[in-house]
Design a protein. Sequence first.
Length: 409
Amino acid sequence: MSTKVVSEKWTTVRLGWLFQPISDRGHEDATVLSVYRDHGVIPKGSRTDNFNRTPENLSNYQLVRPGHLVVNRMKAWQGSLGISEYEGIVSPDYEVLRPIASGYDRRFVHSLLRSRGLIDQYALRSTGIRPSQWRLYWDRMKTIEVSLPSVGEQRAIADYLDRETARIDTLIEEQQRLIELQRERRAAMVDATLAPLSSWTRTALKHVLDGIDQGVSPQAETGLADGPGMWGVLKTGCVNRGVFRSEEHKRLPGDFPFDPAITVEVGDVIVSRANGSPDLVGSAAIVEHLDYRLILSDKLFRLRPRRSTDARFLVWSLNSGRYRTQVHRAISGADGLANNLPLSSLRSFEMHFPSLEEQRRIAAYLDDQTASIDMLIVETERFIELARERRSALITAAVMGQIDVRQGA
């Protein structure tokens, strides 16, 4: 691995010279930790976006101490690894490695191991037929070579990255708060517009539909159905937050047979039946356009509105606070079906509908009024994406010796 040395001679070593595997089990009472691509090793309970269930029996979980390297074997190629600052236990599916060498700053090595160049090396050394099955084992990972400057320069680089990434992280957090405020503003507008009048008809959802369809659950492949003759099956997250995303699918095997009746078409109203996040169960959107040939999965419902029901008004109603309240009640009361919306509950949800002409007028109004908010959210999300890319590039350049950190000291 070549580097541009800033000030002092850098030494090349293999990861196997810095760490070795360790497996210490039987610490059920310790704090459960998890490995995040964006955050490294942190207590699992400190985040609300990890939907993997923790088993009741933790006797096989592995003890991690501060300074240990933890690697998610299945997602190392995405950057899910890091040196822990916490003591706790992690899944037996993770690789836990203890340091066997001194003379390095663990903040520097933590950043180095999560830099773009190293992540590319993990991908090259992972084994498996497709990315969803890739695993990185220590016997391959330990052969990776890294370049280390003196401990003093490692500390200087780590201090520099602490300062610079903190600025970027603060900026990202501010933009994320802006997005949340815009989403709250949007939700309030929708609820106010859909507040039912006495002239509206109160009815169960099933009475404004001709039917509800479900798809299938095939053994799909990672990748998009973007080739001649290819088909894909939609993922459950294809309608998150009321927006249909056709790229949220998996490619079907070429010989997979399916009923043409579950083919997705423009104008379909799709509802998520299940999701790792309770807040996303029941998400609904209309298929505005299609870039791929797709079918429904069994984790999705397709609602078929009657002629007296405007599809766009229906979708707006399915993105209202009243609807969300009913979804949360339905999934919390479904024993053994956590984060799973029962069809019987969906069919019985209380809805309020004006005349067809009024439905169309309201839907057009909401389309117009929310367009500018949605554009601002998209632009802000893009800004956050660029900030994260800049953060990643900065870390990579610094740990590779391509930035003279003394200039900013």
